[in-house]
Design a protein around this ligand. Structure first.
Ligand code: ADP
Ligand code: MG
Length: 243
């Protein structure tokens, strides 16, 4: 079966810095890939190139068999197909929770407002924040805001969801409420690429762990294999520091 998302020979530089070096990555429909690696290894840049928030120097990125567009109307459609959840929530501060979730479907997917609102309520229920629907983001806890951000991404019916350290900015007691939502999505068959330092989540939810260092994918393995017997020195060193 051909992969849903495919990166081939992707290279990117920031000036002299080779931030992504010959990255090949395939993600099958329904697969959950957890990306780990030291700070500065290129994990965020990888997510941002998949979402075309960053251009690439060479190589190709395809989604569902089509090359990712780099501009224009096709780019807006692509962004709708690739959902992204950031470390810093990135909700619209001057819009209510419900408006945050409903905006994309109405503006980009041209959904009718009433139908979009009904669906948004269902999604807010699913992530456990329906009671907050008419509040503003600043009135919510970090964990609640991040769950709204997940609902907002889901509202676009993305083909793949990218998470870039979604729990790193949260107080410790709020981490699990977000990871629980992500674990449920993984079990329901959502295709996900998740950058995280939460190794418990990786063990529980990942089909595959991808270990990056210095802009390269150094190692890929099933989580049980990766955590019990990492092959590379870099991965062993990384794991010894965080576990
Ligand atoms: P990670 O998410 O794994 O910590 P990043 O993808 O954020 O890594 O960054 C990889 C490297 O690229 C780092 O050395 C970082 O400083 C550099 N970098 C990231 N974004 C930019 C940018 N816009 N301009 C210049 N350098 C950048
Ligand atoms: Mg990062």
């Amino acid at each position: 079966m051909s992969p849903l998302l495919s990166l081939r020979g992707v290279n990117k530089h920031f000036g002299a810095l080779h931030v992504l070096a010959d990255v090949d990555l395939d993600v099958a429909k329904g697969e959950v890939v957890v990306v780990i690696g030291p700070s500065g290894s290129g994990k965020s840049t990888l997510c941002r190139t998949i979402n075309r928030l960053e251009t690439i120097g060479s190589g190709s990125i395809t989604l569902d068999g089509s090359e990712l567009p780099s501009e224009g109307r096709e780019l807006a459609a692509l962004r709708a197909d690739v959902g992204m959840v950031f470390q810093s929530f990135n909700l619209f501060a001057h819009k209510t929770v419900l408006e945050n979730v409903t905006l994309g479907p109405v503006k980009v997917r041209k959904a009718a407002k009433a139908a979009a609102e009904q669906r948004s309520f269902q999604l807010l229920e699913r992530v456990g924040v329906a009671a907050q629907a008419h509040k503003y983001p600043a009135q919510l806890s970090g964990g609640q805001q991040q769950r709204v951000a997940i609902a907002r991404a889901l509202a676009m019916d993305p083909k793949v969801l990218l998470f870039d350290e979604p729990t790193s900015a949260l107080d410790p007691e709020m981490v699990n409420e977000v990871l629980d939502v992500m674990t449920a999505l993984a079990r329901e068959g959502m295709t996900m690429v998740v950058v995280t330092h939460e190794m418990g989540f990786a063990r529980r939810a990942a089909d595959r762990v991808v270990f990056m260092a210095d802009g390269r994918i150094v190692e890929e393995a099933r989580p049980d294999h990766f955590f019990s017997a990492p092959k590379s020195e870099r991965a062993r060193d990384f794991l010894s520091k965080i576990l």
